[in-house]
Structure formats: C-alpha cells, structure tokens
Design a protein around this ligand. Structure first.
Ligand SMILES: N[C@@H](CCC(=O)N[C@@H](CS)C(=O)NCC(=O)O)C(=O)O
Length: 216
C-alpha cells in the first residue's frame, strides 16, 4: 500500500477528502495546517503545493492536489469502498459530474462569504458581495434539495458526492444562512453524521483544530 500524508484544515473543503479517506479505510498520516495562520504559504508547504491550498495528499512522496483528483484516485485505489458508483459508467460519470460542480460551482460561490474583499475591494462592498453569494448559494442548494428528494444518498449507495455536499451544509450552518427551505438536505446531513467514518473524520478535525489553536 502507498504511504499517504494528508494535509488538511479543519472545517475546510478538505473535509470531502478526509471523509473519503476514512470511508475507504485508508491508513494515512494526518497533517493539519492552519489557513488562518497562513501555514499554506510556508516555503515547505508551497514546495508541495504551489497553489497554497488544501487538500493535499502526498502519495509515496508525490503530491496530488484538488479534491476531485484525489477522490478519483482514492476510488481507483480502494475499489472495495465504492467511493463512486461502480459497474455503470454513466452513473459513475454522473457522480463525477456532480463533484466537479461541487468544486467549480458551489465552492467558489461560498468562498465569497469567507473573503468578500477578494471579490470586490470597493469600500463598503462586503455586505453586497455576501448578499449575492447568499442568493447564488440558495439556488445551488435548491438543486441539491431536489436531487435528494426521496433518497438517502445522491447516487443510490453512499458516494463521495454525499461527503462533498456535507461540507457545504456545514459551512451554511457556520455562516448562519437560512436553510429552512432545504429539509431533504438537512436530513442528509443528519444521516451523514450517523456514519462511523464521518464521525472519525469530524473527531480528528476537532482535535486538530484544538491542537492548531494551542500551538504558537
Ligand atoms: N478546487 C480546490 C479548491 C481548494 C481550496 O480553495 N481550498 C481552500 C480551503 S476550502 C484553501 O486552501 N484556501 C487557502 C487560501 O486560499 O489561502 C479543491 O477542491 O481542492
């Protein structure tokens, strides 16, 4: 088996990969870094990931970035875990299409809440950036809500697509967005929290956050 080093930040989008690692039963060294403290910009980290982002999975010394690429690699490396739908290429492609939308459609919109000044640096524009982000997020969540109607999981059995949308649900709660219109999505988040692999990932993220806060 490959030696895996997983760089992540508690609560960040790297949770999608963190959950998949746990669901796959992978053995890995957890390497939490603090984005708040700028640890993504240290020379050591940039040597591994010049983009200065999490997640990063170093596989036998070779760095792999981008959630979608890492999730695809995990799916192929741990086929027994069925991280993407197996046996039906179209179904697998649909799930892949969905996680690409997570990374390119949902995530960038929600990023506006966390750094509005990166999207518009005109004076007093932050509230407007966030207002527009809230509208666009509600549209995205409406699509997710419809996809979850009458289903436990997005693509039949649990897949990494479910892990990915859980990240955004948690962000919405942390941001105190109004999510009352999304009961299917809320129930999905409840189901996610019942999964032992998800509980392990969340527990490690909690402990890692405490350690990062404590460190100088
Ligand atoms: N498309 C990338 C996005 C990675 C990304 O934007 N990660 C954020 C955390 S959610 C980050 O590391 N931000 C640090 C920064 O921009 O300084 C992926 O899905 O892996």
């Amino acid at each position: 088996m490959s030696k895996l080093e997983f760089y992540f930040t508690p609560g960040a989008c790297s949770l999608a990969t963190h959950i998949a690692l746990e669901e796959a039963g992978a053995k890995f060294d957890a390497q939490p870094i603090s984005l708040k403290k700028g640890q993504q910009y240290t020379p050591e980290y940039l040597a591994l990931n010049p983009k200065g982002k999490v997640p990063l999975l170093v596989i036998d010394g070779r760095p792999l970035t981008e959630n979608v690429a890492i999730l695809s690699w995990l799916n192929r490396t741990y086929p027994q875990a069925k991280l993407l739908p197996a046996g039906d290429p179209m179904r697998e492609a649909e799930a892949l299409s969905f996680i690409v939308w997570c990374t390119s459609g949902i995530h960038p919109v929600m990023s506006r809440f966390f750094g509005p000044q990166k999207f518009c640096d005109l004076p007093d524009s932050a509230d407007n950036v966030k207002h527009l982000a809230a509208e666009a997020t509600a549209k995205n969540f409406t699509l997710v809500e419809k996809m979850l109607a009458g289903k436990d999981w997005l693509f039949g059995d649990w897949s990494v697509a479910d892990g990915y949308i859980f990240v955004f649900w948690r962000w919405a709660q942390a941001l105190k967005l109004d999510t009352a219109a999304f009961p299917n999505y809320a129930a999905h988040a409840e189901r996610m929290q019942q999964r032992p692999a998800v509980q392990r990932a969340l527990e490690r993220e909690k402990e890692s956050q405490a350690a990062l806060d404590k460190a100088a």
